[in-house]
Ligand binder design. Structure first.
Ligand SMILES: Nc1ncnc2c1ncn2[C@@H]1O[C@H](COP(=O)(O)OP(=O)(O)OP(=O)(O)O)[C@@H](O)[C@H]1O
Length: 234
């Protein structure tokens, strides 16, 4: 456990959604410096909605979000300037090479390569020609190179090979060991539990379980089968 201070972000009795309908309700969630927190749950549980409202991309319908100890709605771009990084869909410019992708993100190449040396041989390769894993390393390198206080990441490892998933999660863990707080929505339940300090499980818009990975180990099967219930196998 690497807890070093007051929460970077805190949701109190938070609800959010689209139109008149809340999709998530009564959320109490916090992330502190130095910790990796996993947000798990089946498709449609409201994980992306939770990240969006925490980031400032969606306005709360009820309750509050405290960002750096201050309550009130601040848009994503303001929170981004203050140290919030959001990694959602792969945001790589396919027509720019890796070096230019870093340049437009105002990231020093050396900094990104220190995080992901495997990108060095791909600096002149167009973003669209990178593998899914390389694209995600580039997205994560761009986010982490700015030394954010908080990382919110939505399915970093979607569709990636297990070794690449390990690599991305290890980079997040190492950044957290240097003080980053991270909230990760992740389908690879067992892998994320290997690096997480705490876990929230969301079901139908509410937190139904919370604890350390050790505390939740005995319930892994239940957590995973709740996913499977929403992913019928062919
Ligand atoms: N922009 C939107 N407008 C209206 N409804 C939305 C919007 N985005 C999501 N929803 C609805 O909100 C609910 C929760 O979606 P959300 O994407 O937050 O869940 P999730 O847990 O991230 O699921 P997934 O793993 O499938 O992305 C779903 O019923 C979805 O249809």
């Amino acid at each position: 456990m690497h807890d070093t201070g007051q929460p970077l972000i805190e949701a109190r009795a938070l609800s959010a959604g689209y139109g008149a309908r809340p999709v998530v309700s009564d959320l109490d969630i916090e992330v502190r410096p130095g910790e990796v927190v996993a947000l798990l749950g089946p498709n449609g549980a409201g994980k992306t909605t939770t990240l969006r409202v925490l980031s400032g991309d969606l306005t709360p319908m009820g309750g509050e979000v405290l960002w750096l100890g201050t309550s009130g709605h601040a848009p994503l771009h303001r929170r981004a300037r203050e140290g919030l990084a959001y990694v959602g869909e792969r945001a790589v410019f396919s027509r720019l090479d890796t070096a230019d992708n870093l340049r437009v993100g105002r990231v020093r190449a050396e900094r990104a390569l220190a995080l992901f040396p495997e990108l060095e041989k791909r600096m002149k390769t167009g973003g669209g020609m990178l593998s899914g894993g390389e694209q995600q390393m580039l997205s994560l390198a761009r986010a982490l190179s700015r030394d954010p206080k908080l990382l919110l990441a939505d399915e970093l490892s979607l569709g990636l090979a297990p070794l690449v998933v390990d690599r991305l999660l290890r980079a997040v863990r190492e950044a957290a060991d240097q003080g980053l707080g991270a909230l990760l929505v992740e389908q690879h339940v067992r892998k994320v539990l290997d690096i997480a300090d705490r876990v929230y499980v969301l079901s139908r818009g509410r937190v139904t379980m919370t604890g350390t990975p050790k505390e939740l180990r005995g319930q892994l099967d239940a957590i995973e089968s709740s996913y499977l219930a929403n992913h019928p196998t062919p």
